[in-house]
Write a protein that binds this ligand. Structure first.
Ligand code: NI
Length: 152
């Protein structure tokens, strides 16, 4: 962490009350830490939106292993993109349902395409990609003034 700066923020008191209740539910004991996390979340979201940003993340998939060819298809797609896959973990949830979590890394755009392929497979019931970067990677990008394109 760099030098600490103190800032004052003018806020609607009703908004602040709601914020305080929200962070209390999440277990924060002070506002500063809650604000820091909000700001980091915003910066991470912006940075991972840049297609050429190097990101890490997880792809979570729920599927029924009885669905025709799903197990083979999942394996095939993962082998085709093996350079993006760090590891996978599989849990047999019940008689039918499987949960698979992949740890992925690579360029944001490639990781997103890969996750979309997996989530879009017939038989995958629900899937979600979470992309992030370590805090020092955020600071690094800003110190060097890289321009990041923005995509929604
Ligand atoms: Ni299973």
């Amino acid at each position: 962490m760099g030098v600490l700066s103190r800032i004052g923020i003018a806020l609607d008191s009703e908004l602040l009350k709601r914020f305080d209740r929200s962070i209390a539910r999440r277990g924060y004991t002070n506002r500063s830490e809650a604000f820091r996390d909000l700001i980091r979340d915003r910066l991470v979201t912006e940075q991972t939106a840049a297609p050429d940003a190097t990101v890490v993340g997880t792809v979570t998939l729920i599927y029924d292993h009885h669905a025709s060819g799903i197990t083979e298809k999942l394996t095939e797609v993962q082998h085709e993109h093996h350079e993006l896959v760090v590891s996978t973990s599989h849990a047999h949830l019940d008689h039918d349902s499987c949960l698979e979590v992949l740890i992925v890394h690579g360029k944001s755009a490639k990781v997103e395409q890969f996750a979309d392929l997996l989530i879009g497979l017939k038989g995958v019931q629900h899937g979600r990609l979470v992309m992030t970067v370590p805090a020092h990677a955020i600071e690094h990008a800003h110190e060097h003034g890289h321009k990041h394109s923005h995509k929604h």
